[in-house]
Design a protein around this ligand. Structure first.
Ligand SMILES: [Zn+2]
Length: 152
């Protein structure tokens, strides 16, 4: 029979112990680091978000481009404020379309305790979940940001 086999069931290994993070990454810090790492100002990013909105035909009737950029800038400034989390998943999904961020990383930082956070480089905000996953120089720094390691 197709499903009848003699393989031993896989044994589940114990999870690796977590290393305590003394300065947990925050969702606002993640967005800020990724934006700066991409070489974008808040205004640059607001323009990209506004252009995406127009491209997706999601502009409100009569809304002009400068108004749209201003709205996006207000929202971006808000979510980069300390201890602030985006109200809507859609905002972060849109941001992920114009900035190299991982929306899942953002929500994990927002919704879970630090011991369940993904590893994020404090220099550039890249995480272990990115396509271009970094090699880690230290616990909190990728090799691009701290090639020699900072001893953590
Ligand atoms: Zn880095």
């Amino acid at each position: 029979m197709y499903l009848d086999h003699d393989f031993a069931p896989a044994t589940r290994r114990a999870a690796l112990p977590r290393i305590r993070d003394d300065v947990p990454m925050t969702p606002d810090g993640y967005i800020r680091l990724r934006r700066i790492s991409a070489g974008l100002s808040q205004h640059d990013l607001a323009q990209r978000m506004a252009a995406l909105c127009i491209h997706l035909n999601e502009r409100k009737a009569g809304q002009r481009m400068p108004d749209l950029v201003a709205d996006m800038l207000t929202e971006l400034r808000r979510i980069e404020q300390p201890e602030t989390v985006a109200d809507q998943h859609e905002t972060i999904a849109r941001l992920a379309a114009v900035l190299p961020i991982d929306a899942d990383v953002y929500w994990q930082l927002a919704d879970y305790a630090p011991e369940r956070h993904p590893r994020v480089c404090r220099g550039c905000g890249t995480s272990a979940h990115d396509h271009d996953a970094p090699r880690w120089a230290t616990r909190t720094s990728c090799e691009r940001c701290a090639p020699a390691g900072d001893g953590l």
